[in-house]
Design a protein around this ligand. Sequence first.
Ligand SMILES: *Cc1c(COP(=O)(O)O)cnc(C)c1O
Length: 374
Amino acid sequence: MGLTANHLVNRPILASIDTEAFRHNLNRIRELAPESKIWAVIKAKAYGHGLEAALKGLESADGFALLDIADAQWFRDHKWSGRILLLEGLFHQEELETAVQLRCDMVVHNEKQLEWLESYSNHSGHPINLFLKLNSGMNRLGFKPEQYRDAYHRLHAAGYHMHHMTHFANADQVDRSPSVGAQVECFESTIAGLEAPTSLANSAAILWHRNALGDWIRPGIMLYGVSPTGTYADIARSELLPVMQLRSEIIEIQELKKGDHVGYGGRFEAPEDMRIGVIACGYADGYPRHAVDGTPVWVQGAGPDYDDVVCPIAGQVSMDMLTIDLREAPNAKVGSAVELWGGEIPVDDVAQMSGTIGYELICALAPRVPVSIK
Ligand SMILES: *Cc1c(COP(=O)(O)O)cnc(C)c1O
């Protein structure tokens, strides 16, 4: 592969977004849930991948689900005529008119939002779709079961097109309890007899609880080829492809003597004479500062036979740089291409070595990192 030189930027770091992988993952989701429509969840600027790439790669989704009305505006400005769901509904009453103008579907999760909608008269000439959210046990957002039916009837009476929605707290507990069972039961008994389309499943439920999909599924993390559990092995056989690749280059090589230390705090001590590679990527790029020694970095063509090798981080990640142990990479040189995460190193693996989950790393890709969409 090798890096394309980009002479407009000073540093060799680059995030590339593979829109073909987006298409592949979306098709895979259709195979897993052929009866359901798909809300492509693209909150947090498409989990750090950017709205532009998301629109390009995911245009065959049935709709985009997001949080900020400004992002809904962006999609309409970019000629998206399909559905858009405001995943947490309105934050302020003043947004309602704009949301209607932008033809947004809205989640309704509390009494205040319900009152705003009840007192609104819709002159737009098109119906408004609402996703009424049931708090079936996660205790974050939504109406409690005993309030839900009344809320439903009020909005239905006000002329809205109703949908039922809930969100799982434990769909990623692959074989463990508690999982989704109690929440599904609560959902089904609460909506009994109220005929309307349903929406339940996030990525983990789509992968592991296909008895609880509903009419509209809401995949997020799996669209990006990252694991809902935080462990790559859990999706290794799910035929999902990573969409984001973060790469950079070795910009310096240090020859160490046995006993020399590397970086802030001298966390890594050379157990023998050895080389260290310095890479242009640090925590100000979104690489986790908590990455421990041993966190994998892929280095192109640096092995004994000019094969690709995985080298462990050695020393504390700093703001603009990180350092790797080159003992297995005799052919590493200044300019060697590295992958921090992507197709060679799952972002889940980096996350695990840093005490977090892949979601956090991709969402936190820093604005200073140049992005190329292919
Ligand atoms: C973020 C979100 C999703 C997507 O979750 P993933 O775990 O990324 O698939 C689905 N539904 C709601 C309400 C969300 O907030």
